[in-house]
Design a protein around this ligand. Structure first.
Ligand SMILES: [Zn+2]
Length: 268
């Protein structure tokens, strides 16, 4: 059932962003999308090879030994899984903040943020090493929070669907989106997070439930999407967002992402 729901969300998102786009595209297709898919394939292979085998046994052990926070709350099984789900989601909010604030992690996360347009393909545009360095974080989450295999699987399906949905270019009716944003991370929210304006990027850190942005007062929905320039001011040249340049980006000398690139000083 959860897998079917994910398939439905994926299909609706892919159709929705084509049928009713939210932001005008600035880069030609299909080149950009193919590059994002290529980066995404490497990332997904890394997750399958490194994260899955490392994390699944930890979840099985947490359940078997009743170890970790959610296992110690004296709740029935469903309550433990719900607590684990919420704690996983909250600690992903924390991880996302860290990927922006810790220079070494930002070096990797920058590959995701230099995309000059934002759509469902951006949801896959992560550097494989970005995925690799998140494995110890995921292992710590599962171990310390006591995430059972069932809670882990449900959270992973929800998280993947959410990431695809909120990166998408799907224009939902604004009243519906305002309502949805009370609970979920939405495309307009995440569009603001991908803005070239630093103060706007430093908002909407949630990747699953939007609850964490509401609680931390980092929630924003006050920037119209036609005013958002997607990307970072320091990397505006399309050649720098290509496949080879993106794979190399974390390992070469980087410019300050927030200082406008010469010739692009007028970027909002
Ligand atoms: Zn980010």
């Amino acid at each position: 059932m959860p897998t079917l729901l994910l398939a439905a969300v994926t299909a609706a998102t892919l159709v929705g962003e084509r049928a009713v786009p939210l932001r005008a595209r600035t880069r030609p297709e299909p080149g950009r999308i193919l590059r994002n898919l290529a980066l995404g394939s490497l990332s997904m292979a890394t997750v399958a090879l490194a994260e899955g085998p490392a994390v699944r046994p930890l979840a099985a052990r947490a359940l078997r030994r009743r170890r970790g926070l959610s296992q110690r709350l004296g709740l029935p099984d469903w309550g433990r899984d719900l607590a684990a789900f919420l704690l996983m989601d909250y600690t992903m909010y924390v991880w996302h903040v860290l990927t922006h604030k810790v220079p070494l992690l930002w070096r990797l996360h920058l590959v995701h943020h230099v995309d000059l347009d934002l759509d469902a393909s951006t949801a896959l545009r992560f550097h494989a090493v970005d995925m690799l360095v998140s494995v110890p974080w995921r292992a710590a989450q599962v171990t310390l929070l006591g995430v059972s295999p069932r809670a882990l699987r449900l959270w992973q399906l929800f998280f993947f669907g959410s990431v695809l949905f909120h990166h998408s270019n799907w224009r939902l009716p604004s009243r519906l989106e305002r309502l949805a944003a009370l609970l979920l991370t939405t495309p307009r929210m995440h569009g603001i997070h991908h803005s070239t304006v630093r103060g706007e990027t430093n908002s909407n850190w949630s990747s699953g439930l939007s609850l964490w942005d509401h609680l931390h007062r980092t929630f924003r929905l006050d920037v119209p999407q036609d005013q958002v320039t997607v990307g970072v001011p320091g990397y505006r040249e399309p050649a720098e967002t290509g496949l080879r340049a993106s794979l190399r980006l974390p390992f070469v000398r980087q410019r300050d992402a927030w200082t406008p690139q010469p010739g692009h000083e007028d970027v909002r």
